[in-house]
Design a binder for this molecule. Structure first.
Ligand SMILES: [Zn+2]
Length: 360
């Protein structure tokens, strides 16, 4: 299986985040996460680690607001150029817009920061934009590998494949909390959404988000689209971040009505309860009959994750991978969250195990 990875992610290493209760803590979303996963994958011969191609801004601008992307690119340097008397290591706003019409984008840096950054866990540092672009290119490269293997013009599966093609994008920073015009929750560019938007030119796409947290950015981006079915299984936002999105009654709008589905999980959900919820999601995907599946693969569902409050075991993660692979769809897994650095590599390997295909 091809694994797309770029060392550029290391340029994004925010020294802190503002956590629950206003505590300033070491940022959970640190470079060590993907380096650990990379070592675990390298230990197995069946993974081929390859660098991403550069797709330019086109596929990213197709799902993100240009003003937001421009802000992400320039904000840190603009901040350094300002005359301030405090230390500047990671940019965060202190003021946010009220709900309702957001017609005015302020011209001042801090005004734009509050406008485009919707919480305190996605600070911008000097390498954030470069890392976010490289992360998106990893996902896009994984998608291109699928499209080429599948045959984009005919939609036919080459007969040499016993199982449909699959690839893994070892993305960092993650993406699923990034909305059309905002960063949040460690996410800046929505890698899965960029990829699904790009793949949609070849046929209908499903994003299945299994990260512990609701994929609110993905929900935002595709909420009114019927060509990309978005499904998220996650901790009930009534008790867990992102709190305001990810409820079962949020099912899309306009042309997209019925093409978004949230499956909130109770506190302490175990393997059996998770897998039965996944069955329902898989039935929904089967009805939609996508040409491609993009999985937002967050490993913070793991019972011993420092940010998670459900109880999925490594064996449970393996079975989740098996059930998704049994859909028999060309599948791109995109790395999202997962913060138990000790366990991350083995958890990712357990998840990917069922996706390997063989050529005769
Ligand atoms: Zn998460």
């Amino acid at each position: 299986m091809k694994v797309f990875y770029s060392p550029t992610h290391r340029q994004h290493a925010p020294p802190f985040e503002i956590f629950d209760g206003g505590e300033k803590i070491t940022n959970f979303e640190m470079p060590e996460r993907v380096e650990r996963i990379l070592s675990a994958l390298r230990a197995e011969a069946r993974y081929e680690i390859v660098p991403p191609e550069d797709f330019g801004l086109g596929p990213i601008e197709a799902v993100h607001d240009r003003g937001y992307l421009r802000f992400l690119q320039t904000a840190f340097d603009e901040w350094l150029a300002e005359d301030t008397d405090y230390e500047r290591t990671a940019l965060l706003p202190a003021t946010f817009p009220l709900p309702g019409p957001r017609g005015h984008v302020p011209t001042t840096l801090l005004g734009r920061a509050g406008y485009y950054m919707t919480d305190l866990s996605a600070p911008i540092v000097s390498g954030t934009y470069a890392a976010a672009l490289a992360s998106a290119n990893c996902a896009l490269s994984g998608a291109k590998a699928l499209a080429e293997a599948k045959g984009p013009t005919t939609g036919q599966k080459p007969s040499s494949f016993i199982l449909p093609p699959s690839s893994f994008a070892l993305c960092r920073p993650p993406g699923h909390h990034a909305g059309r015009a905002n960063c949040a929750g460690y996410c800046y560019i929505n890698n899965a959404a960029v990829t699904a938007g790009w793949l949609a030119q070849f046929g209908p796409v499903t994003i299945l988000d299994i990260d512990y947290h609701a994929g609110n950015g993905t929900q935002d981006i595709f909420y009114e689209r019927a060509d990309v079915l978005t499904i998220s299984i996650h901790a009930d936002p009534n008790f867990e971040y992102p709190y305001y999105s990810g409820y079962a009654d949020q099912t899309g709008a306009g042309a997209g009505l019925g093409f978004h589905q949230n499956y909130p999980l109770a506190l302490g959900t175990d393997d059996a309860a998770y897998l039965s919820t996944l069955e329902k999601a898989i039935e929904r995907i089967s009805l939609f009959q996508p040409a491609f599946l993009v999985v937002s693969a967050g490993m913070d569902i793991y019972g011993e994750d420092p940010l998670g409050r459900i109880r999925i075991t490594r064996e449970g993660i393996r079975q989740i991978g098996q059930k998704i692979a049994a859909l028999n769809l060309p599948t791109l897994a995109v790395m999202e969250g997962g913060y138990n650095n000790e366990a991350l590599g083995l958890n990712v390997c357990a998840f990917l195990e069922a996706f390997h295909y063989k050529t005769p």
